[in-house]
Design a protein around this ligand. Sequence first.
Ligand SMILES: Cc1cc2nc3c(=O)[nH]c(=O)nc-3n(C[C@H](O)[C@H](O)[C@H](O)COP(=O)(O)OP(=O)(O)OC[C@H]3O[C@@H](n4cnc5c(N)ncnc54)[C@H](O)[C@@H]3O)c2cc1C
Length: 368
Amino acid sequence: MTDTIVVGGGLVGAAVAYGLARAGDTVTVLDEGDVAFRASRGNFGLVWVQSKGDGRPEYTRWTRRSADLWPEFTAELRDLTGIETHYSKPGGLHFALSEEEMDARKSLIHRMHNVHGAAEYGAEILDGDEVRKLVPGLGPDVVGGTYCKHDGHASPLYLLRALHEGILAHGGRIVGDARATEVAPDGAGFRAETAAGTFRGDRLVLAAGLGNRALGPGVGLTVPVAPQKGQILVTERAAMAFEMPTHVVRQTSEGTFMIGDSHEDVGFNLTSTTPTMAAIAARAVKMFPFLKDLRIVRSWGALRVMAPDGYPIYEESRDHPGAFTVNCHSGVTLAAAHALALAPMLAAGRLGAELDVFNAGRFDADAH
Ligand SMILES: Cc1cc2nc3c(=O)[nH]c(=O)nc-3n(C[C@H](O)[C@H](O)[C@H](O)COP(=O)(O)OP(=O)(O)OC[C@H]3O[C@@H](n4cnc5c(N)ncnc54)[C@H](O)[C@@H]3O)c2cc1C
């Protein structure tokens, strides 16, 4: 018996559980373990604001709020757990490799400026000379780009570890190898059936990534998330070349370059494929020619947790109040908002009105 059962111990479940435990809840996290699909262990590590929320300004505001919370979030985790997430916020760059790409980027930025104004959104359009001043080693194919001062990056693995340690430090419990096979209302609360036993809680938060789709109906929630594969390459370590993350290449604090990412609609398939890896590498070398001399030491495919429109799904069950679901495809970026803004709402038993637009009911409306 616990105050809140959180199903899923990836970045989303762990951030929510950390925030709940920090707010004084007794939290039990149930996690499937190594056999599960886990975007949290295969992602790129950007804390990214630019280009988020074209057509959905509430998402831009929510993303920006998370980026603003990140400095205090990472400092709090470090003080509590001793784990450094390697977060830094030097701003971020998105490059264009042709005039067509540059024009498309300009239209996007202008559209978003028209909705938000420069102060809130903060992305600037730069020509080739301007981006070269910000990042050394750029190739001649880079014709320009966009820069956003709110962007940054972090180590997703250290973040996940810090969140898990933080949950434990606040008295929470994490149960591994505990795949929930069924969740259901149970008296005044809820229960989750797992291989590790039956767990009961006053509240239930479904944060099982792609697993939410099957679990949701048990408590009256429809969670139409689907997989989208991304592949990433990692080079050997090299001398630090630049701190600023870009949308496809970033140098980690350990010195490796992470290079990604693809967007592939191939179902539940994690395979690394040579043509996609070659395309990723070729584009990265066009941006940074010096990368061609580095060896690739790792590569993988991982599955994003995508709603049909790409925005988060935050919802409380109408039929069974007290059961919530939390889903998003930017779990690193939004970790601070999930822990410091969303979790207090869950602890208070109600999602804030600013999250109404992220209700899954929007898909019913689209269908009619
Ligand atoms: C290639 C790639 C690059 C990305 N880059 C970025 C980026 O740069 N910045 C960013 O912000 N985001 C990025 N993302 C997205 C980010 O990784 C995800 O938004 C985030 O990891 C989702 O976390 P999650 O906890 O919802 O899902 P997952 O990480 O998939 O975790 C789900 C968890 O639920 C558990 N689970 C599943 N089913 C059950 C069940 N029935 N019972 C119990 N437990 C269960 C699993 O064990 C797992 O631990 C990227 C994703 C990919 C794939």
